[in-house]
Ligand binder design. Structure first.
Ligand SMILES: [Zn+2]
Length: 219
């Protein structure tokens, strides 16, 4: 009888240890939103005078605001929270230091052709184990922006952008070009503050669908 009791308490101890270690080693996924440009680097200037650096920070801060109100907020970090210029290498260093599970860089497009419209996604030309996942995530963002806001899909493309090159070997990594500021309609879209809320909701939903689960074990 004594032996049985001993075995039972040993099993309880094991269960307790599993529970404690389970809690310690499973962490929620971390999303890094890289807010493009900033400070003296305005990025593209819209036909209506709006600046890319202002558009992307407004979208990113709106994503944070909506996320904080959610019952199950995601772990989201920005590379800048105000109008400051951060070097490209500091942006990717931050992603690595924070143990990012996803890196999403926010930008707006510009073309000499004023009729160019739509959303474009870039992922690194450099191949890594995260390349396929990056393309798929990029496609999902484009589809959501097309379905819910009506943007034309311009496709997921490969490029040698520094922020992508330095993160794609580490986690899925995409750069979103959220419409053309050189186009009258697409730059006008960002003159209405309600549209920042709409854009932020679509992007946050996309993040939530794919990244609300549990990520790296033991980190
Ligand atoms: Zn840009």
């Amino acid at each position: 009888m004594k032996k049985v009791l001993k075995n039972v308490s040993f099993v309880f101890l094991l269960l307790k240890m599993c529970f404690i270690f389970g809690q310690e080693t499973v962490v929620q996924k971390r999303i890094i939103i890289d807010v493009g440009h900033g400070g003296k680097d305005s990025g593209a200037i819209g036909v209506n005078g709006i600046q890319e650096k202002d558009v992307v920070i407004k979208i990113a801060l709106e994503i944070l605001r909506i996320n904080e109100q959610s019952k199950m907020p995601l772990h989201i970090y920005l590379t800048r929270y105000s109008d400051t210029l951060i070097s490209l290498s500091d942006r990717t260093k931050l992603a690595k230091a924070l143990n990012a599970d996803l890196f999403v860089s926010l930008h707006c497009n510009h073309s000499n052709n004023e009729s160019a419209v739509g959303v474009e996604v870039y992922t690194s030309r450099k191949q890594s184990t995260y390349s396929k996942e990056s393309v798929y995530i990029g496609y999902l963002f484009e589809k959501a922006l097309s379905d819910q806001i009506g943007y034309k899909i311009r496709g997921v493309k490969f490029a040698d952008f520094q922020v992508l090159r330095e993160t794609v070997g580490y986690c899925p990594s995409v750069l979103l070009e959220l419409g053309f500021l050189s186009n009258a309609d697409e730059s006008k879209f960002f003159q209405n503050s309600e549209n920042f809320v709409i854009m932020a909701k679509v992007l946050l939903e996309g993040l939530d669908k794919n990244f609300s689960g549990y990520g790296r074990v033991g980190n």
